[in-house]
Design a binder for this molecule. Structure first.
Ligand SMILES: NC(=O)c1ccc[n+]([C@@H]2O[C@H](COP(=O)([O-])OP(=O)(O)OC[C@H]3O[C@@H](n4cnc5c(N)ncnc54)[C@H](OP(=O)(O)O)[C@@H]3O)[C@@H](O)[C@H]2O)c1
Length: 212
């Protein structure tokens, strides 16, 4: 998927750590207006942006502001070494982004920008057509919101690969082949496609009673 037009002209980012700053730098490079806030920063300007990226530790998801009506890009992961063991995020019936969406009434949550490393975000963005361009997965329930985020991903320097509905974010969470893999668009597409035949995919499919 190349040459997608981004309709996100301004980007708010909650979380001014490694990932928040890396995404901010990429967005500014792409000519997108950026407002970023850490835990102590004012959040109102962030919420006025066309879309808001969640780049805080996942355990903070209950402390986020009211994001009703906002296009939210969930870049967070359940990383137990950092977050500690949290039982709800270990439930194969659901995904971290669905839990986050459930805690943000009215927010339009799309999962993306989460599965590449900080290094890849900082160093490996490439323009469309570059043979070394990496793929970036996008999952969400609303086609227009998914399209908006694919446009953003493209503008940031990665090839967007649509993975399906928000629940299909399970295909690029930690413990999956796609997570942390520096894969191009074609390889990432194949990794996402074969998720259900992986060990993790079989565990999830079994828990969901064969309903993917
Ligand atoms: N590091 C990676 O390679 C990578 C890659 C992809 C995705 N991710 C995901 O991205 C998220 C952030 O990771 P990171 O490595 O960037 O972590 P980090 O460097 O520790 O940064 C986290 C930032 O979030 C801020 N924060 C905490 N609670 C907040 C709140 N309620 N509102 C606004 N900001 C808040 C922290 O501010 P204070 O310092 O003031 O507390 C800190 O600036 C995690 O969910 C992680 O799984 C990480």
């Amino acid at each position: 998927m190349a040459g997608v037009t981004s309709i996100i002209d301004s980007l708010g980012i909650l979380g001014a750590g490694r990932i928040g700053k890396a995404i901010a730098a990429l967005a500014r490079e792409a000519g997108i207006e950026v407002v970023i806030a850490g835990s102590a920063g004012p959040v109102e300007p962030v919420l006025r942006a066309d879309a808001v990226v969640l780049a805080t530790p996942l355990r903070q998801y209950r402390n986020l502001p009211d994001l009703g009506g906002v296009l939210v890009i969930d870049a967070m992961n359940y990383w137990w070494e950092l977050d500690g063991k949290i039982a709800e995020f270990e439930d194969p019936m659901t995904t971290s982004s669905e839990i986050v969406a459930g805690a943000l009434p009215g927010a339009r949550v799309v999962k993306s920008l989460n599965h590449l490393s900080g290094y890849a975000l900082e160093e490996l963005a490439r323009p469309a057509g570059d043979p070394e361009r990496l793929g970036m997965a996008v999952a969400g329930d609303d086609d227009a919101d998914v399209a908006a985020v694919t446009g953003l991903v493209d503008a940031l320097g990665f090839a967007p690969v649509v993975a399906g509905e928000l629940s299909h974010g399970v295909k690029f969470e930690p413990l999956t082949e796609a997570f942390g893999a520096d894969a191009d668009e074609e390889d990432l597409t194949e990794m996402l496609d074969r998720f259900w035949t992986s060990q993790r995919g079989r565990v999830v499919a079994r828990a969901r009673g064969g309903q993917n």
